[in-house]
Ligand binder design. Structure first.
Ligand code: MD6
Ligand code: FE
Length: 218
């Protein structure tokens, strides 16, 4: 049977971890209690290192706005995708990774079975209605044994979680404000993406979705 939109956002028990792979889990609402501490930090990061539209190696402008904090930041330009210790806009180091970001990431990672996660990079993605992220693998990091922690804020999105090849079937997972996803181990290199964001107005973040992706990149 087709999964309805309602099902996507209403797992049987919304408070329980939802395992979407052997080593990939959605922790519904885990970040809700942290939002008041995360948002002022996020504002400061964006004030120092503004959201921008990076260019893909193929020369296209990315629709999703992005910036970074931490000792390394993910960037894209005509030369490729990679991590950089400096913001190419300012030639300055990225803003520091706030302690609350790394504490939340470590808590989420441990709930997923990854002890002692110490992220050094946080990618901030900002989606406007209509923006999507096409299927990709995250493979610009050195150590694939380290998990990735992803925090969803603002408008809900439908996350596509595929397999190890681009054309493998994919699951669709609803991610709402405050949901945290952790994946690693055998699921670390699975293809994934975000379907076009539906228009809406979130009481806290307005007409957008912000995703924080925390990694140990170096
Ligand atoms: C997003 N996330 O949720 C995009 N990658 O906006 C990602 O591309 C992603 O959420 C690796 C691990 C978790 C993620
Ligand atoms: Fe990704």
């Amino acid at each position: 049977m087709m999964q309805t939109e309602l099902d996507l956002f209403n797992p049987a028990n919304p408070a329980e971890p939802q395992w979407i792979g052997k080593q990939a889990v959605v922790l519904p609402g885990l970040a809700l209690a942290w939002v008041d501490a995360l948002l002022p930090e996020l504002r400061q990061i964006i004030a120092c290192a503004p959201l921008r539209h990076m260019v893909t190696p193929g020369g296209l402008n990315m629709a999703v706005g992005l910036t970074n904090c931490g000792t390394l930041g993910w960037i894209s330009d005509r030369r490729g995708y990679r991590y950089s210790p400096v913001d190419p806009l300012s030639q300055q180091p990225w803003p520091a990774l706030p302690t609350v970001f790394s504490e939340l990431a470590a808590l989420a990672a441990s709930a997923a079975g990854f002890a002692d996660f110490q992220p050094d990079a946080c990618l901030v993605n900002c989606y406007q209605p209509g923006n999507r992220l096409s299927l990709h693998q995250d493979r610009d990091e050195h150590d694939y044994s380290q998990p990735i922690v992803s925090v969803s804020l603002g408008l809900p999105a439908v996350f596509q979680f595929g397999g190890h090849s681009r054309n493998a079937p994919s699951q669709r997972i609803g991610l709402r404000h405050g949901d945290v996803m952790v994946w690693g181990g055998e699921d670390r290199l699975r293809f994934h993406g975000v379907l076009p964001l539906k228009p809406g107005n979130h009481p806290v973040l307005g007409s957008r979705r912000i995703n924080l992706t925390l990694r140990k990149a170096g």
